[in-house]
Design a protein around this ligand. Structure first.
Ligand code: 13P
Length: 248
């Protein structure tokens, strides 16, 4: 899944959509999606073929006097299938709390879309040994607000804050350890869910490390920022994801 964040213009998004259409391969068992800046959702919906559409944020309110916000029903109008909730940039820059993230995830799943819930620790939290505590709390709050039925419609994105946009991805060992911890934690809430939930990795995922990261046992895909802004790089990452699916 690509996350274009607040990048691009109508012109560059047109070029990217064309590149993605060239990469899309509906015969492969890889779900390919891209989270587009909201003003371009209509363009992307009309022009993307074989690529699912995602949004980067949504309000946890239905509708009303919430200037600047976007509702789940608006996103449904554009056939969005995925919505990010709790990206670390939103947690850090817009003070989104675990509870707000859970409320958003609930709204998204209630509307029949998949919530891609982002969790992750800062470098300070990792260095001070708080990694597991932080992740556990992010998961606990999410699970306390969503029904089992809703939880079947979430993807967990593990995005260590220190790896986002830095060019320095977490190591394969770090990623596998954390993904296994997340799955184990979910087992405590529901064993079946833990087996089936998709846990994807994000943070400086790029063509040069995609093969190693995507091949890890508990990694079920990627959330790609910078590299998804290049059709060529995104295509190479998607090809690595296809290889893993073929090997399974
Ligand atoms: P980068 O791939 O640019 O590190 O961004 C990751 C991310 O934040 C995806 O949501």
């Amino acid at each position: 899944m690509g996350n274009w964040k607040m990048n691009g213009s109508l012109l560059t998004i047109k070029t990217l959509c064309e590149a993605l259409n060239g990469i899309a391969d509906t015969s492969a068992h890889v779900d390919m999606a891209v989270c587009v800046p909201s003003p371009y959702l209509f363009y992307a919906r009309t022009n993307l073929k074989g690529v699912c559409l995602g949004a980067q944020n949504v309000s946890h309110h239905d509708d009303g006097a919430y200037t600047g916000e976007i509702s789940t029903s608006m996103l449904k109008d554009f056939d969005c299938q995925y919505v990010l909730a709790g990206h670390s940039e939103r947690r850090a820059l817009y003070a989104e709390t675990n509870v707000e993230v859970a409320l958003k995830a609930k709204k998204i799943t209630d509307a029949g879309m998949t919530a891609v819930v982002c969790i992750g620790e800062s470098l300070d939290q990792r260095l001070s040994g708080e990694l597991e505590k932080i992740l556990f709390e992010q998961i606990r709050v999410l699970f306390s607000y969503l029904s089992l039925k809703a939880l079947a419609n979430i993807v967990i994105a593990y995005e260590p804050v220190w790896a986002i946009g830095t060019g320095l991805a977490a190591t394969a060992n770090q990623i596998q350890d954390v993904h296994a911890f997340i799955r184990q934690t979910i087992t405590k809430f529901n064993e079946n869910l833990a087996k089936n939930v998709r846990i994807v990795y994000g943070g400086s995922l790029k063509p040069s490390n995609a093969a190693e990261i995507l091949a890890l046992d508990d990694v079920d895909g990627g959330l790609i920022g910078g590299a998804s802004l290049s059709g060529k790089d995104f295509g190479e990452i998607i090809n690595q994801a296809k290889r893993k699916t073929c090997l399974r």
